[in-house]
Design a protein around this ligand. Structure first.
Ligand SMILES: *Cc1c(COP(=O)(O)O)cnc(C)c1O
Length: 387
C-alpha cells in the first residue's frame, strides 16, 4: 500500500462513477439493469449488472473502498454485521466445528448457539487470550477459529498473530471481528488472519444512522464462496446504506484520533474516582492484554467498561443519571453511548456464562464519542455521584 490510511479513506479506491466523474459516488437506487442482448448483463466497474441483489455499483464502491482501507484484496458488504457473520457461517456444513473466543458479541453468541447449533455446526468457546487453551481446543478437527479483539464488553486482547498461526497449523480458517479497533488501529490480515469482519454500523460509519456489515479477505477463492452466499441468501445492504458508510469512512482517521484521546483522558479520570471499583481498558498498564495490544494496535481504542463499588444497584442509578451519554445499544458513534451489558447487549448470554467470563451484573460499557472531553467528564462526575 503506497498511500496513507487517511488518503485511502478519503479517495475511496480512486472510484469515480465512470460516466459522470461525480466526486461523490452516486446512489444507484435501482432493483435491476437493462440488457442489450439476452444473457449479457452490462459490464460496469468490472462487475456484471444483472439484478440488484447480485450487484449494485454503490455497493461495489463500498466493497472496494473497505478492502482498500483494510489492506485487503477483496471486500463484501452485508445488510448488517450479523448478516456478514451469517454469510461466514453459511460456508460451513453440518458436522463442522468452530472454536470461538469466550467473550464475544452477544448477537454472534446467540446466532452460534441458537441458530447454527441446531443445524449441526459445533461451537466451542475458549479463552483465546490464553494460547494454550486455544491450542488444546484445536486438537479436535476445526474449520474456523473466531476471534474478537479487543472483545466486547471486557476488552480482552487476543494475540492475533499467534492465534492465527495456531489456526493455520490446525487447518482452520481464522476470522477476526475488527469492529472495536477499526482498520485505523489494527489490521488483522497483516497479522495472518484469513478474514476480517466489521459491523460497519459502528466506527466505520460512525454517525449512528445506519446498520451494515462487511467481510474482507485476500483470498479470491474464499471471496468467491462468500460472494456466492451473499447473493444466494440475499444478505445484501441497500445502496443508500452503502452511500452512508462511504461518507462516514472519509473522516474515520480524524474521528478515531479524537475518540482515542477523549478515552485516554476519561480513563485517567475514572481510575482515580473513589466510587469506581475497576476499569477495563487495554491502554491501562495493568490490563492483562496491555502488552499484546501495544504490539498489534496503533492506539487502544475508545471502548471501555467499568464497575462501581455499589454493584448492580449503583450501576443502575448511574445509568439512569446520564445527561450527555445516551443509554443505548450500539457503539462507535460520534455521540457517546453507555450500555448495561447484562440487561442489554449481552442479555441473550445466559447469566452463568456471563458470570463465568467475568461480565458482572454491575458492569457498565462506555463508547466514548467525539464531544468535548470536559463535558463528558462533567457528565460522568454527576452520574457517578449517584452511585
Ligand atoms: C454490533 C456488533 C456486531 C453485529 O453487528 P450489527 O451491525 O449490529 O449486526 C458484531 N460484532 C461486534 C463486535 C459488534 O459490536
Amino acid at each position: 500500500m503506497s498511500k496513507g490510511f487517511s488518503t485511502r479513506a478519503v479517495h475511496q479506491a480512486g472510484l469515480k462513477d465512470p460516466s459522470s466523474k461525480a466526486v461523490t459516488f452516486p446512489i444507484y437506487q435501482t432493483s435491476t439493469f437493462g440488457q442489450d442482448t439476452p444473457g449479457h448483463p452490462t459490464q460496469y466497474m468490472g462487475r456484471a449488472l444483472s439484478y440488484g441483489r447480485s450487484e449494485n455499483p454503490t455497493r461495489t464502491a463500498l466493497e472496494e473502498t473497505l478492502a482498500d482501507v483494510e489492506c485487503a484484496a477483496y471486500g463484501l458488504t452485508f445488510s448488517t454485521g450479523l448478516a456478514a457473520i451469517t454469510a461466514a457461517m453459511n460456508t460451513l456444513k453440518t458436522g463442522d466445528r468452530v472454536v470461538a473466543c469466550a467473550d464475544l458479541y452477544g448477537g454472534a453468541y446467540r446466532l452460534f448457539t441458537q441458530v447454527y447449533s441446531k443445524l449441526g455446526i459445533q461451537y466451542e468457546f475458549v479463552d483465546t487470550t490464553r494460547l494454550d487453551c486455544l491450542a488444546a481446543a484445536l486438537e479436535e478437527p476445526t474449520q474456523v477459529v473466531w476471534l474478537e479483539t479487543p472483545s466486547n464488553p471486557l476488552l480482552n486482547v487476543t494475540d492475533i498473530a499467534e492465534a492465527c498461526k495456531l489456526a493455520k497449523k490446525a487447518g482452520a480458517l481464522s476470522v477476526v471481528d475488527n469492529t472495536f479497533a477499526t482498520p485505523c488501529l489494527q489490521q488483522p490480515l497483516k497479522l495472518g488472519a484469513d478474514v476480517v469482519l466489521h459491523s460497519t454500523t459502528k466506527y466505520l460509519n460512525g454517525h449512528g444512522d445506519v446498520v451494515n456489515g462487511a467481510l474482507l479477505t485476500d483470498q479470491k477463492e474464499l471471496w468467491d464462496k462468500l460472494k456466492y452466499v451473499q447473493n444466494a441468501c440475499g444478505l445484501v445492504p441497500g445502496p443508500q446504506d452503502c452511500y452512508l458508510i462511504l461518507r462516514g469512512l472519509k473522516t474515520l482517521a480524524l474521528r478515531m484520533e479524537r475518540h482515542c484521546s477523549n478515552t485516554r483522558q476519561i480513563v485517567e479520570w475514572l481510575v482515580k474516582h473513589p466510587k469506581v471499583a475497576k476499569v477495563y481498558y487495554p491502554g491501562l498498564a495493568d490490563h492483562p492484554g496491555h502488552e499484546t495490544a501495544k504490539k498489534q494496535m496503533k492506539d487502544f481504542g475508545a471502548m471501555l467498561s467499568f464497575e462501581v463499588k455499589s454493584g448492580e444497584e449503583g450501576a443502575r442509578r448511574v445509568l439512569e443519571s446520564f445527561e450527555l451519554f445516551t443509554l443505548a445499544e450500539s457503539l462507535g458513534c460520534v455521540m457517546s453511548l453507555v450500555n448495561h451489558p447484562a440487561s442489554m447487549t449481552h442479555a441473550s448470554v445466559p447469566k452463568e456464562v456471563r458470570h463465568q467470563v467475568g461480565i458482572s451484573d454491575g458492569l457498565i460499557r462506555v463508547s466514548v464519542g467525539i464531544e468535548d472531553v470536559e463535558d463528558l467528564i462533567a457528565d460522568l462526575d454527576q452520574a457517578l455521584a449517584k452511585a
